[in-house]
Design a protein around this ligand. Structure first.
Ligand code: KG4
Ligand code: ZN
Length: 356
């Protein structure tokens, strides 16, 4: 049984996890910095880097204690070394390289967005075990988070091609910004998800931006602006937008959240239908923070293909998903050199033939 210690520090979560055989999570420790960034309504890179430095050793220690293991029981160290905030990535990369070098264990660098796709396979080390899903390939992979809205054709977990991406805001970013427009907290996704449950999704018709007829790309900035104009009024010549939002009661907030969420879900569902026809997909895998969304999960129950979501604790950033993905490379003995670097961009490049 191969046990991989994973490290995650791409954005504002410092995380470490131990995963056995790429599936079974022996420990999963996440130190969220959300409270440090909340007053800025977004991640401040310098604050994030400093917090990673403070958190990394306690988080690593706790991940071993929770797994009832010590460093010598670990077979390899994995690190999400891209994409992300460079200052944040460097803390995790340095910790991972230091451990790999000092223990003489292999180092495995993985792509954070690729790892989000793998999170659907994670299984808690608890009885009774939930059986691991075995998605049929070719599959579509969709990562929807605060930093990414990316659609992939997956021939297998290892053979992944980017087929669509956001041309402006990521969907999670739109949730966070709409939450700010409504005077609600950060991160906005869980707050709007909760509000939406009590609202009418047909109360306001917000735009669904689908781009060209066969485009697999996404755009959420128009939807976000539509919510802004709904709340503060449409600017006209000589009449700028109001700086202060009109007072909204609880029901109005819920209706806006539900209508915004309905537009996001419609766009996501339409793109998944387009892509599944084009690539003859047999299943859909969805990961990333927004995959925790209750409205989206409920809507995709009607989807004509099997749709796999991660368990809730593996939707948002964590290290278990990268330790699990690293197992694929471990089995093939594809290790990273100790010169492994951090990169702000994902390893998946855009397919230019896709019309925007
Ligand atoms: O995957 P993640 O932790 O970080 C990135 O890689 O970006 O995703 C964080 C994002 C935030 O934008 C947050 O608002 C959103 O996921 N999110 C949600 C929900 N829970 C988290 N969005 C919609 N509904 C949710 N329940
Ligand atoms: Zn992420």
């Amino acid at each position: 049984m191969a046990r991989i210690l994973g490290i995650e520090s791409t954005c504002d979560e410092t995380a470490a996890a131990v995963v056995a055989d790429g599936r079974t999570v022996l420990s999963n420790v996440v130190a969220s910095q959300a409270h440090l960034h909340a007053i800025y309504r977004g991640v401040v890179p310098e604050i994030a880097s400093r917090a990673h430095i403070e958190n990394i050793l306690p988080v690593l220690r706790e991940s071993l204690t929770a797994a009832k293991l010590n460093l010598n029981d670990i077979d390899a160290i994995s690190i999400a070394h891209r994409p992300g905030l460079i200052g944040s990535l460097l803390i995790g990369v340095t910790a991972a390289k230091t451990l790999a070098w000092s223990l003489g264990k292999p180092l495995i660098g993985v792509d954070h967005v690729h790892a989000h796709l793998y999170s659907v396979l994670l299984n808690d080390n608890a009885e009774p075990r939930t059986p691991n899903p075995e998605p049929s390939f070719p599959a579509l992979g969709l990562v929807i988070s605060g930093g990414h809205t990316a659609l992939y054709e997956m021939k297998s977990f290892a053979d992944v091609q980017l087929i669509g991406s956001t041309i402006d805001d990521a969907v999670g970013e739109a949730y966070d910004k709409v939450s700010a427009i409504l005077g609600q907290g950060y991160p906005g996704g869980p707050i709007l998800d909760q509000l939406a449950a009590a609202g009418d999704p047909n109360a306001i018709h917000f735009p669904r931006t689908l781009l060209a007829r066969d485009s697999l790309d996404f755009s959420f900035s128009g939807l976000k602006t539509a919510v802004l104009y709904h709340v503060r009024g449409v600017p006209t010549k000589g009449q700028p937008i109001k700086q202060i939002a009109r007072t909204l009661d609880r029901q109005q907030l819920a209706d806006i959240a539900a209508s915004f969420q309905a537009a996001c879900i419609d766009v996501i569902t339409t793109k998944l239908k387009r892509a599944s026809r084009k690539f003859n997909a047999r299943s859909i895998l969805i990961g990333g923070g927004v995959s925790a969304n209750r409205g989206l999960r409920a809507a995709l129950k009607q989807f004509p293909l099997p749709v796999y979501f991660p368990a809730l604790q593996y939707c948002t950033d964590n290290a278990a998903m990268s330790a699990a993905l690293a197992h694929l490379f471990y089995e093939k003995k594809e290790f990273s050199p100790l010169s492994l670097d951090a990169f702000p961009q994902s390893q998946f490049s855009y397919v230019p033939s896709n019309p925007r």
